[in-house]
Design a protein. Structure first.
Length: 412
């Protein structure tokens, strides 16, 4: 009997060791190094981006996403067997898939919007797009762009690009913000540009001559629109400071929304009295809002002596109030926000619905929209949209203008 027990114990021990070893092997199957991820979007197009998976000394994993000059780092990678989930800083979107050898297959998921985009990742591939032919034109310069031309949804953009050999990078600015760090190639006369940041997945394709673009803009697998462009080095977009304003009959801006503790915060509260105030209309899901938020956090940190308060009004896609506040908490912790971020709306970020919450505005045209209010409560400026670091000189000019205006308001 003792002999049988001993044999059974040895068998269990050996079997357990085999299981542990198998689990360890499975855990290590996910290769660290360069991966090319390709999302399956509309019209059988593939939207690629570069991903580096890094195995850390403690056997955990981190990852980096590359878009031209942009690097997005995440340390939220979960592995179970041959399944992997990669979450991104701040945004709720995540990659979830199964891996085997040199491939990962799965989906890019945004739960609040019920969006699922299939993807496949290939290990060792570094070229974002394949180039077969030397470029037949040049993308470098400024392009006056029309999105959805000849439709009621028409809007203007300003393409700003730099080309070196076949490589192209830059962005499209619009009156409501920029289309991120676009990274791609000009293959013969075929332009392909993409960007992925965990919130938005953008792909631009176009036929190029020396003076025109004719193409299609894809956002994930849920939206596409045509665009055209012509070279115009002196083209400028409409002034973003004139697009949003207080409607006739309203002399001031006001709000009353809850914070995470359930306290109702209003612009009439004592903390805002006799202070210059910046009110940011935003959402945790919005990359341009994140760009502006990072800038605001840094500005506040470096100008603590100013008589200035900042407050953000968040309009969230999250389906429940609890999930909306979780998203706000995640943003505050990740970016280091120490000013109030209030929940203005959850369940939708529809701009018409948002305008109903702020009826004194003519419209909510863009996330973000930022109000500059002086110490007497007078709205001195409303800035629609945000053109971030990807816009280069435009961003540098914005920082200088912002600093001069805000310091002036705070010192009046």
């Amino acid at each position: 009997m003792k002999k049988l027990v001993l044999i059974a114990g040895v068998f269990v021990l050996l079997f357990s060791c085999k299981e542990d070893k198998a689990a360890k092997v499975n855990h290590e199957i996910l290769k660290d190094g360069k991966w090319l991820v390709e999302l399956q979007v509309m019209d059988h197009q593939k939207l690629p981006f570069n991903l580096s998976i890094n195995r850390e000394p403690d056997d955990s994993y981190t990852a980096d996403i590359y878009n031209a000059e942009e690097l997005i780092h995440t340390d939220e990678i979960t592995i179970s067997g041959n399944s992997v989930t990669i979450k991104f800083p701040v945004f709720e979107g995540y990659l979830q898939g199964t891996f085997e050898g040199d491939t990962i297959k799965g989906n890019f998921i945004k739960e609040s919007l019920d969006r699922v985009v299939p993807f496949m990742a290939t290990f060792g591939k570094t070229d974002r797009f394949v180039v077969n032919t030397d470029s037949k034109a040049s993308m470098s310069g400024v392009w006056e762009t029309k999105f959805s031309p000849d439709t009621e949804d028409f809007y203007l953009g300003k393409g700003i690009f730099l080309q070196k050999n076949n490589k192209v990078h830059g962005t499209f600015r619009t009156t409501t913000g920029d289309y991120r760090y676009l990274d791609g190639v000009l293959d013969g006369d075929s332009l392909k540009l993409s960007a992925f940041d965990g919130a938005h997945a953008f792909l631009f394709t176009a036929k190029v001559s020396d003076s025109t673009l004719n193409g299609t803009f894809y956002s994930g697998n849920h939206f596409k629109e045509p665009f055209t462009a012509v070279r115009n080095e002196v083209f400028e977009l409409p002034d973003e400071d004139s697009l949003t304003y207080l409607k006739e009959g309203y002399d001031e801006f006001s709000f009353s929304f809850p914070d995470a503790e359930g306290n109702i915060v209003s612009l009439s509260d004592a903390k805002f009295k006799n202070k210059a105030v910046l009110v940011q209309i935003m959402g945790t899901w919005c990359p341009n809002c994140l760009d502006e938020t990072k800038f605001l956090v840094d500005f506040v940190k470096n100008n603590q002596d100013l008589e200035l308060e900042v407050v953000a009004l968040s309009f969230e896609y999250a389906k429940t109030e609890e999930d909306a506040f979780k998203a706000i908490k995640r943003l505050k912790e990740r970016v280091g926000i120490d000013y109030p971020v209030l929940l203005a709306q959850y369940g939708t970020a529809d701009k018409e619905e948002a305008q109903k919450k702020l009826p004194m505005l003519n419209h909510v045209l863009s996330y973000p929209t930022t109000l500059f209010i002086d110490k007497q409560g007078v709205v001195r400026k409303i800035k629609t949209g945000f053109n971030g670091p990807a816009t280069g000189e435009k961003y540098a000019a914005f920082k200088a203008e912002f600093t001069e205006l805000v310091k002036g308001l705070a010192q009046e």
